[in-house]
Design a protein around this ligand. Sequence first.
Ligand code: NOJ
Length: 483
Amino acid sequence: MSPPSPISSPVSGGFSPEFVWGAASSAYQIEGAADIDGRAPSIWDVHVHSKDGAYQQHTGDVACDHYHRYAEDVGHMQRLGLGAYRFSISWPRVLPQGVGAVNEPGLDFYDRLVDALLAADIDPYVTLYHWDLPYALQLRGGWMNRQIADWFAEYTGVIVDRLSDRVTNWMTLNEPQIFLGGGPGAAWSVASVRPTLKERLLSVHHCLLAHGDACEVIRARAKKPPKVGLSIVGVNWFPTDNDDARSVSLARERTRGVPNADLWNTAWYMDPVVHGRYPAEGLVRFGDDAPTVQPGDMERIHQKQDFVGLNVYHGLPGSADDEGAWVDEPEAQGRPRTALDWTMTPGSLYWCPRYVHEGYGTPVYITEHGLSNTDWVSLDGRVRDTARIDFTRRYLMELRRAASDGVDVRGYFHWSILDNFEWGQGYKERFGLIHVDYSTQKRTPKDSYHWYAKVIATHGAHLDEQDYDGVGALAPAAQEALP
Ligand code: NOJ
């Protein structure tokens, strides 16, 4: 068991003055314009048009039509008061074959988007890969082909050359645990490939090489000093009782270790990147399935990280039993759950950033957090998503506690700015702060949007108000907190 490391640079009173309030999205989930201006198919385009596609054969062909409506959407972001917006670039929009010829009209779109954001005083945070691999590269083996590190470096160079005079915050990959490990965005399920564990671990190795090489490309070619990281989604265990030292320590060990023989953990990705080696516990667990590390690989993977992005939606509470073994908390009957059946576990937004920051020493951003809900527009035109307000409030209070206890958490990006295409679930799930009517493309800011605007305007002080409809005036105490 690794000893707890001391937490550095304590911040008193919650969120630091520089704390960034944001929201997030990804290209395939909102852009639409699937075959416009020279974009070629990604693995997701091919998947959703196959017989095994998404819920009720939904596709991202049109999605939120953000490609054409980005200016309106940035207007909503500006009125919300966002300090930052995290979005991803569609690789096949920019390089239709994945490598080679650049599609200038595709690249121009991101120019326009970045310019619009900056004009609205919103800092762009760019994710280079959010699951939409060019189909042309899948035909060449995709993540199973070691050459993908070179393909990704070439693509990264094109984006950095064009945008780095204005973009400084970069995330290479989003959730490799999901797109290679399993889950709705798995490259495998959408490419109809059924790999063995050994093949999946090899692909993860390739994606770590791709991440490392991309970090080098960004640092070498960026026109403004860049900040580089990636966004991960580990499984988070945390203690039911915050003061029970044995449970705190066991949860830390599990969250930072490789407690199962699957790929959904933090250490298998972050240890090579930050420490330059695969975790010993994982090497034992995976045995002969672990990838062969070629000479020079770890030097490529092991790169300075300016931050780590954490996508946190829920966690697994529990405690140590009398023998010191971990026991998941038994599920209470009627426990609160989101529409996607995820449990409400706010403690995960305290403990996950804390354990990761303690383990790796890097600053942390919450690059995704939110919930899907069954929202609709009421007859009076409002979207009353009280559950989203309460859910977000509870989690943000825990994040504030983490910041108060010295965890170096630099920002929070709500998932998502708009309702959007939720992968295998299609449009069934609604994660947005803004409701989208897909038949008209009408945007309606939800009550949670108005509530989050107050949280942003008061730098978190509004979390202390019992304001569950979001549209009322700021309470006097919150007004006092306004800058
Ligand atoms: C994580 C993924 O990055 C994002 O694409 C997805 O929509 C959300 N989680 C919600 O499932």
